[in-house]
Design a protein around this ligand. Structure first.
Ligand SMILES: *[C@@H]1O[C@H](CO)[C@@H](O)[C@H](O)[C@H]1NC(C)=O
Ligand SMILES: *[C@@H]1O[C@H](CO)[C@@H](O)[C@H](O)[C@H]1NC(C)=O
Ligand SMILES: *[C@@H]1O[C@H](CO)[C@@H](O)[C@H](O)[C@H]1NC(C)=O
Length: 491
């Protein structure tokens, strides 16, 4: 295999390091063919110490491992602000890597920034196999984001221009290896190519009129060297994490891990961490809730694993509740619990009676309401096991509850996840709140929060004696079940 010099740039990303480095270690490429050079600067968090530790621990695994720690260089700017001085410093660091790789006669250099998670272990191997002078694996943020690590077009000044091929490429409707005017973050450069000697992060090419920006200057040098950049999206390669600087405030650095974690990773159920670096632990935080319950059928082990991984990432102290398995409910169970179906009830859509599965599901929720009542829990979060968390869930949730407590302090139930029965329903905003609506007829009760008063209201109706699916019961209880008027539930 060709030799690769891996140039890693990491600053102020202590919260990402244990996972980022795990992805690096997982790369399916002979380690003795890899040299690693780590660069860091301007840290106000523990990045520097962690990198020193990692380098020491993995030194024996690779051809060579080194660290250029420029933490002592002081700029006249806040740590997370990029001014000219910082750009120049980073350009110098990248240039040093490039020269070090050339000095080592490496066949390739792979630049990787710490907010680029190479989740696909084949990334390096596949990039090398493409035999291009400059190539990047396509990295995306999440399904609702248009952000990525390549441009499809530039204007006459070399700045970003959206072209018609961008979105299909990003969505991977258009798959393969494509020439593009800009790649950044993760770049593999073939140093054996003649033109590569002219590449630079620092030396302005002739007639360069652009700013001192490592990315733009490098792209100009690629053009001057008559080389072409490529983007590879034949497979899913990885994700870009929002960086601390995108959050603009130093305070945000203190909110780590989960709050930055992308949906795709948070919900993947496979989040690797390296053992070769210290991993800060945080005390769990249930955000003021007495319990976080996760309802899971014992035989759904995959779902459980995936949810636990997400709940751990979110730093919850959770209680796993074994769901009542409808399949194992007997007639004796039903009669001992005094369960009776509501006479005349038919599912509003498929027009059938309540199933044992739905009774089991109702009981799972019902048992929790009873526990809330008996233990007098002030407020709880109830989650089913087939949901995905959104990126930034913790911050959004915190804000939502703060707002609810201010605007409707006597709230009883807030859905965190559900579906509207009529997809295009209008829902009224709760007056004075940005994050809350008054729910219309909803189903697929995925996640909700409940207060003691709410639980007691749900129990007071003695719903087991006239049981209907929980997805129907809740909307009836907040009086937005239009089937009631239609007669199906009138009895
Ligand atoms: C910083 O990292 C070092 C080495 O990884 C570790 O030993 C130390 O405890 C960490 N310090 C803090 C404050 O997290
Ligand atoms: C790699 O690309 C170069 C230049 O385009 C070409 O000369 C060479 O034959 C290619 N090597 C392989 C193995 O395809
Ligand atoms: C709720 O849904 C019903 C029909 O499903 C609709 O008529 C109504 O406009 C919706 N919105 C509100 C705020 O009730």
């Amino acid at each position: 295999m060709p030799t690769v010099f891996l140039a890693i740039l990491a600053s102020n990303q202590a919260h990402l390091l244990p996972q980022f480095l795990a992805y690096i270690e997982r790369l399916d490429y002979p380690r003795e063919r890899i040299s690693i050079g780590v660069l860091t600067d301007h840290n106000i968090d523990n990045t520097s110490a962690m990198l020193h530790e990692w380098v020491m621990n993995v030194e024996v695994l690779y051809h060579s491992v080194s660290l250029i720690d420029t933490n002592d260089v002081v700029y006249n700017s806040e740590p997370l602000v990029w001014n000219d001085e910082r750009y120049l410093h980073i350009m110098n660091l990248r240039e040093r890597s490039l020269n070090e790789a050339r000095r080592q006669w490496a066949d390739f250099i792979l630049f990787v920034d710490c907010d680029n998670f190479l989740v696909n272990p084949r990334t390096l191997r596949n990039l090398v196999a493409q035999n291009k002078s400059l190539i990047a694996p396509m990295l995306t943020v999440h399904k609702d984001s248009m952000y990525s690590n390549f441009w499809c077009g530039t204007d006459e000044h070399g700045y970003y221009k959206r072209t018609s091929s961008y979105v299909p490429t990003l969505n991977r409707e258009r798959r393969g290896c494509f020439p593009v005017p800009m790649i950044y973050g993760t770049i593999l450069i073939d140093l054996r190519r003649q033109g590569s000697t002219r590449l630079s992060y620092k030396e302005q090419p002739l007639n360069y009129g652009g700013p001192n920006d490592d990315m733009l200057l490098f792209a100009a040098s690629v053009k001057a060297a008559d080389l072409q950049m490529y983007i590879l999206n034949d497979e899913v390669y990885g994700h870009l994490m929002p960086t601390a600087s995108q959050y603009s405030s130093v305070d945000h650095l203190k909110v780590y891990y989960s709050d930055y974690k992308m949906t795709t990773l948070l919900n993947a159920g496979d989040i690797p961490y390296t053992d070769n670096v210290y991993r800060p632990t945080r005390p769990t935080d249930n955000l003021g809730f007495d319990r976080v319950y996760m309802i899971n059928l014992k035989r759904q082990a995959e779902r459980r694993k995936r949810m636990l991984s997400a709940l751990n990432e979110l730093n919850f102290e959770y209680t796993v509740v074994d769901a009542v398995d409808g399949k194992s409910l007997t007639n004796e169970d039903l009669s001992s619990l005094k369960i009776k179906p509501l006479p005349g009830y038919l599912d509003p859509i498929v027009k059938r009676k309540i199933t044992l599965g739905e009774i089991g599901c109702f009981l799972s929720h019902y048992n929790l309401w009873k526990e809330v009542d008996e233990l007098e829990l002030k407020r709880v979060i109830i989650l089913e096991d087939d949901l995905d968390f959104e990126a930034g869930f913790i911050n959004s949730f915190r804000w939502l509850i703060t707002e609810a407590d201010t605007v409707v302090p006597d709230w009883e139930l807030i859905y965190l996840g559900r579906k509207l029965v009529y997809g295009n329903d209008q829902e009224d905003q709760v007056p004075g709140a940005d994050t809350l609506v008054i729910p219309n007829y909803s189903y697929w009760t995925l996640a909700y929060t409940l207060t003691l008063a709410g639980a007691r209201k749900l129990l007071a109706q003695r719903p087991l004696e006239k049981i209907i699916p929980v997805d129907e019961y809740l909307p009836i209880m907040f009086d937005k079940h239009d089937i009631v008027d239609g007669g199906v539930l009138s009895s």
